[in-house]
Design a protein around this ligand. Structure first.
Ligand SMILES: Cc1cc2nc3c(=O)[nH]c(=O)nc-3n(C[C@H](O)[C@H](O)[C@H](O)COP(=O)(O)OP(=O)(O)OC[C@H]3O[C@@H](n4cnc5c(N)ncnc54)[C@H](O)[C@@H]3O)c2cc1C
Length: 375
């Protein structure tokens, strides 16, 4: 007897978006270790969708996912918000390359003069030794991660599935041609298909199941929240990111959230901000803006978990029947979730590869976990 058709480990955006798609085909059970959904990476992100990140496949998935976010209506899962990519003199070549990469995906990338940049983001530090060039991508989206996670969870539940929190799995084993899992409190579930969407822990889940890990690398990233200039209404300000991965800043509930774009190697854990990275974030706020950081209102850190080629992995493990990998969403797991969920639906059910994904330039082979074992 199976408790589910699809058993999903992990209640982050990867597991829940896949679960919502698979709920159309059978009974889904999601087991999440923490008491709330999105406790780890999915609840700690900068919640922005933009084309300034990732390789061709990631950008194609970002582009393909936009319709899903926008179709729900402005303010439901997202709101439109431009992205401003900026460069110092030394970053000009990187900005040109970024413009070339993004032009394929965004309808109208516009170069920005110093005065245009200052109109959009008044505290930007411009001039010699500071920002001298910029590009505006009007196609940015500010995502609402909590609304997204809850809407996916609702779809699973209304289709007769379950999203269970406070269930940390400790045993994952093959059983009866499928998989049997047991949580730390002794509950068990069986299913013919197990979807490993455990984020930074996905390799550990594989090891527990006797499946070869795919070499995932969790990297810690830090965010601080600082006060804007007195009296400033920041809501309409853009997401501002340097053309090389050095710094970003964006509005957050009346304040400004900034990151030093750190990538510190970590094991899977409840990531906490380190003093050095918080100080670095504050220093970069002062380096790239005219703000002086008198107080840090909030700080947090989260893990961005990458495969070695920085393309996510989705597909059945070749040596472990019924064991499906859904991992390596790096720093783009929210903005690519709708496209990934479509890919997972086709790969898990064996349905034809969606034309829309093929037209977007995404093939099943791009996501194949086996590539990560090849030399
Ligand atoms: C600082 C920061 C900024 C980011 N900014 C953006 C951004 O602007 N845009 C964007 O698209 N992405 C962004 N990301 C990336 C995005 O957050 C991730 O790619 C995405 O959340 C990964 O989702 P996930 O479901 O794979 O992982 P998670 O959200 O970590 O979910 C995995 C879940 O598995 C659970 N789990 C693990 N082990 C077990 C077990 N044994 N039993 C049961 N459950 C288990 C964990 O508790 C966890 O909740 C950012 C990330 C960070 C950290």
């Amino acid at each position: 007897m199976s408790d589910a058709d699809f058993l999903i480990v992990g209640g982050g955006v990867a597991g829940l978006s896949a679960g919502a798609a698979l709920a159309r085909h059978g009974r889904v059970v999601v087991t999440e270790a923490e008491e709330s959904l999105g406790h780890h990476s999915s609840g700690r992100s900068a919640t922005f969708s933009h084309f300034g990140i990732g390789n061709r496949i990631v950008r194609s998935m970002t582009a393909h996912s936009r319709a899903f976010f926008l179709e729900a209506g402005e303010g439901v899962l997202c709101r439109r918000s431009p992205a401003l990519f900026v460069a110092t003199e030394e970053m000009r070549t990187a900005l040109e390359m970024l413009a070339r990469d993004m032009t394929t995906f965004s309808a109208c990338i516009e170069p920005q003069s110093e005065s245009e940049m200052l109109r959009r983001f008044p505290p930007l530090r411009t001039g010699t030794d500071a920002i001298v060039a910029g590009l505006l991508d009007p196609d940015g989206l500010r995502l609402d991660s909590d609304a997204l996670l809850q809407s996916y969870a609702r779809s699973i539940r209304t289709s007769g599935g379950e999203v269970l929190t406070g269930r940390r799995l400790r045993t994952v084993e093959p059983a009866g041609g499928g998989w049997r899992v047991e949580s730390e409190n002794g509950e068990t579930w069986t299913a013919p298909i197990l979807i490993n969407a455990a984020g930074a822990w996905a390799d550990e889940i594989a090891q527990a199941a006797g499946v070869r890990p795919i070499g995932l690398k969790p990297l810690r990233r830090t965010i601080i929240v600082v006060d804007p200039p007195a009296g400033a209404e920041v809501r309409g300000w853009p997401f501002v990111k340097t053309a090389v991965d050095d710094f970003y800043i964006l509005p957050e509930s009346g304040r400004l959230m900034a990151s030093p774009v750190d990538e510190v190697e970590s094991g899977p854990c409840d990531a906490q901000p380190e003093d050095y990275d918080v100080a670095l974030a504050a220093w970069k706020v002062e380096r790239y803006t005219t703000l002086s950081v008198a107080r840090i209102a909030h700080r947090w850190a989260g893990l961005r978990t990458f495969t070695r080629d920085r393309t996510p992995a989705a597909g059945f493990d070749a040596q472990a029947p019924g064991f499906f990998w859904l991992a390596g969403q790096g720093g783009f797991g929210l903005q690519t979730a709708p496209a990934m969920a479509e890919a997972v639906e086709s790969l898990v059910t064996g349905a034809a590869w969606p034309d829309a994904l093929a037209r977007a330039g995404i093939e099943a082979a791009d996501l194949r976990p086996e590539r990560l074992h090849e030399a």
